[in-house]
Design a protein around this ligand. Structure first.
Ligand code: AMP
Ligand code: ZN
Length: 479
């Protein structure tokens, strides 16, 4: 079997993946900041992590995967105070929505889901260790990390430290990409905002120290893999390294994997730019969970993913074909026997699938292996050259494929129903409406007005009103 190669941000290279303990992988993932609903950019990163964990399991590794919920951060504390709620009261809705979304996207639960608010003591202890080693200083009730004392600062993000001003401090967890500044490990309470009374004084943890403390608590002082979106490499992960390695004197994480962003019109999808879709936005438009998962999963994680509705439609039709193929394998009648050629073709697909994923999780390559086998097998079936003995290995291949891609089970309707989308399911989706409008336009062009009228009537019966504009385009709306 081909050895797994992963791109390590730390070295900037592809490296063979060898965990510390043979057969076991300890992996940490920075989870969502639960101050709002997550958007599909966030899920691009979470689906990548899910594909990675599924592939490692498929390869037989025993996985301990920890994912946190960042339920203490500047925005949460401020929003909770503004809403007159405590932190749990404010975040609970978003936590539950996140869990539901993960289920809907077939993102497996990690071995440990943990919350920052359950680990304040661990964070305080880590800060105390850093205090003992004089990596910290205090100012106005806050405690800061002294970057100048950690010579390796910048090794992950390769940030240029020549202009660093010793002692320049920042209180925000998230700050400009260009400047390395002493960051807050512990923040003094602000009037009206929640704080914890602790051995290092009243206040709340900085975002960065949360992940260091929680990761080391569950996974030991050196992790095998640490993952997140590329925007987390600096400052968040750089700061996690500075805190953890200063405290322990050991490497914090051996492989750092970062997913590139999902873009809309060339810009990062983000809450602050307002150019985002939540999963629920897409479901309301009639797209299915499996299509969203595949559209997010099929572009290799180190490539930027330009989000388009067309990519969702393509993913949906790809899934349709794969599911039809799986049905054909299950229900079709095939002549007796087994063909050498097809058996070899299935082995080749299995190899290509595995090698694609071993090649830094090249999901596009793995997906292409499945499509190619399906194409060849469908042609053979049409010619009665696909025989009974070929069925079991082909089904076995699809089962392996789905252990990682998780899109073949026909459960979209149930998933949507669980989220309360039955009415949308019964109605026409945007995609279907636009398809019918295109059919009507084509009919008119062919001067088949009866067909064009039929389509208009059908749409009207299903609650869709068309308006032909002067410039020849068609507008539509739901009644
Ligand atoms: P946050 O909730 O902001 O902490 O983000 C959760 C995860 O989503 C992090 O790993 C981010 O790096 C990632 N993320 C945020 N925006 C995007 C995007 N547009 N594309 C891909 N990943 C993203
Ligand atoms: Zn983190």
């Amino acid at each position: 079997m081909r050895e797994i190669q992963l791109h390590n941000t730390l070295s900037g290279k592809l490296e063979p993946f060898v965990p510390q303990k043979p057969g076991e992988v300890r992996m940490y993932t920075c989870g969502p900041t639960v101050y709002d609903y997550a958007h599909i950019g966030n899920y691009r990163t979470f689906v990548f992590q899910d594909m990675l964990r599924r592939f490692l399991k498929l390869r037989g590794f025993q996985l301990t995967h920890v994912m946190n919920l960042t339920d203490v951060d500047d925005r949460i504390i401020a929003n909770a105070a503004a809403a007159g709620k405590d932190i749990r009261g404010y975040t609970e809705k978003f936590v539950q929505a996140f869990f539901e979304d993960c289920k809907t996207l077939s993102i497996e639960a990690p071995e440990h889901w943990i919350r920052a608010t359950d680990h304040i003591d661990d964070m305080v202890k880590l800060i105390q260790r850093l205090q003992e080693k004089t990596f910290t200083y205090s100012s106005e009730g806050s405690i800061y990390y002294r970057i100048a004392k950690f010579p390796n600062y910048g090794k992950l993000s390769k940030i240029d430290l020549t202009g660093i001003q010793a002692g320049a401090r920042v209180d925000n967890d998230r700050y400009e990409k260009e400047s390395a500044r002493d960051f807050a490990l512990w923040k003094a309470p602000k009037p009206g905002e929640h704080f914890w009374q602790t051995a290092i004084g009243p206040g709340r943890p900085g975002w960065h120290v949360e992940c260091s403390a929680m990761a080391m608590k569950y996974l030991g002082e050196t992790l095998d893999i640490h993952t997140g979106g590329i925007d987390l490499a600096f400052p968040h992960h750089e700061n996690e390294i500075a805190q953890s390695e200063a405290a322990t004197g050991k490497p914090f994480a051996r492989y750092w994997l970062h997913a590139e962003h999902l873009l809309v019109d060339g810009e990062k999808m983000s809450k602050s730019l307002g150019n985002f879709f939540t999963l629920r936005d897409l479901f309301a438009k009639g797209y299915k969970p499996s299509a969203v998962r595949l559209a997010l999963a099929s572009v290799p994680y180190r490539k930027q993913l330009n989000f388009t509705f067309n990519s969702l439609r393509q993913a949906a039709s790809g899934i349709e074909r794969l599911r039809n193929f799986a049905d054909r394998l299950q229900q079709g009648k095939f002549p007796a026997g087994k063909t050498e050629g097809m058996a070899a073709r299935i082995v080749q697909a299995e190899q290509e699938f595995d090698e694609g994923l071993a090649d830094d999780l090249n999901t596009a390559r793995a997906l292409a292996a499945a499509h190619e086998l399906m194409r060849v097998a469908n042609v053979a079936m049409d010619k009665d050259e696909f025989l009974q003995g070929d069925v079991a290995p082909a089904r076995q291949f699809l089962a392996t494929f789905d252990k990682v891609f998780a899109v073949l089970e026909d459960n979209d309707a149930q998933k949507l129903q669980a989220l309360g989308y039955d009415s949308v399911q019964a109605g026409l989706s945007d995609v279907e409406i636009e398809k019918l409008i295109a059919d009507r336009t084509a009919a008119k062009k062919m001067r088949d007005f009866a067909a064009a009228d039929r389509i208009r009537k059908e749409l009207a019966e299903r609650g869709i009103i068309l308006e032909d504009t002067k410039d020849g385009t068609v507008r539509w709306k739901r009644k």
